[in-house]
Design a protein around this ligand. Sequence first.
Ligand SMILES: [Zn+2]
Length: 522
Amino acid sequence: MRDMCYFQVLCQVTVVSLLITGCDSGSTTPTTPVESEIVVTGASETSPSSLQKNSQERQAKSVTETKKSTANKHSNHKSDSGDTQTQKKPETIYRPDDKRPLHNNQRLALLGIHLYESPRLKLYTDIDPKLAATLPAVIDQAYPAMVDYFGPLPPDREGTEFQVTGYIMQNRELFRKAGLILESLPKIFNGRHLGAQFWMDAQSENYYLRHLMIHEYTHCYSMIMDNIGAPVWYLEGIAESMATHNIDQNRKIHFNVMPYNKNEFGGLGRISLIEETVRGAPPKSMLEVMQWESNDFVNNNVAYAWSWALCQFFDKHPRLSKPFRQLSRHMQGTEFSKKFQELVKDGYSDINDAWLLFARDFQHGYDFERATITFRPGQPLDQPNLSASAMITSDRGWQSSLIHVEQGSTYDVVADGTFILAKKPKPWESTADGISFRYFKGQPLGRLMMMIRPKSGAGSSSPRSILKEYPLGANATWMAPVSGTIYFRLNDDWAELSDNQGSVKVTVTQKKIAESVNLSKK
Ligand SMILES: [Zn+2]
């Protein structure tokens, strides 16, 4: 039933989202030619944009044709094969023509705005030349990652390579006076993109300067086609995902990575924002995040943080990653909405519960692989012993005991065995009581923790009762506050599960029924 209701809301959300472009995203189809506002020279340039002036009339015509063809085909970057049009010769899909303006680079240089160019980026900026010179190469490394993630772009009618013009502004007024900021462009906050151009402010942290540039470039790349219908949380979340990068010892840049500390992702602060939010309140549900509209992102890093986290949850989830990544090939028209509904249709409750647990525990270095929960419903304890056991391993997150408990009944839990919590500097052996000289989230490392997952749709306590944790230790007696399946884990930092070893045997025994009833009446 909850799934049904969810579906109705989801449909509405996705339909509404079709009307919205990204928060700091301009329309993907520039409506006014930008040349009139920019000084155009006849200087010999070899960049793709040099072709545009000579072919304006042809472009105007071809834009119409492109729109028509893309609307008819509602294709994505990488067109699906096996379409129904087997009889007709398939129509070639083109990306919109390159409408970027040509600038008088000499004039701009006199104003202090210099050009730095690589195959994939023309960067106009007034920032420190040493720093500026490094940036186009960053985009040239990001480009293949985008091709890989979103699929290759269709060709344009001129046969030119895709290139973006970016403006990184220390002194925004300078760019305004030079005519580089379009009057038609809504107010720029941190960054803004329009077609194959983006504008952004310079940043004090070098990491975040690159991050924001890749974020805007991702919009340019992934939204260059007409009729983008993907919702805002996805457009912003996925741009944030691609932008999150690290540079290894060989200067190779890795994109769509999980930040493993604060220092090397200076100025980002996305995880800290989420940690702050969940310290005082339950995590935002999937639906809350998916309902945000463009305006919710204006000057609101929290919205970016949650949209990114939701994308990361899907993108890194061992089972959901593959279908989620496929969504990047269905960003036009209503395709995204359909595909997303297919992804969640059989398991919204499971996915949302897993999301809530993830969001509550999200931290630097979060180990997705080991921390991801698998929901497996439990069975009631059988007569005559009313007892069952489960092996709980120390190198995973929450694990189903396959035991169902009844609200108001009382249970004994005994955990036998020892396990290793870390190997360095020497092996730390622990029992299920934990090691009291190191704590994580207020509990000793290694302590047996429990949570109860109510049956799907089991009243108002669901689903957030899964967020309640009960520290048990090696011996405990407790009364079930809710009916459901019990899950255990051995307490440890979510970034440090990989060096754990061993497991404990947890035995759950129900107290006599009469005794339980008496207790529950108190
Ligand atoms: Zn954005």
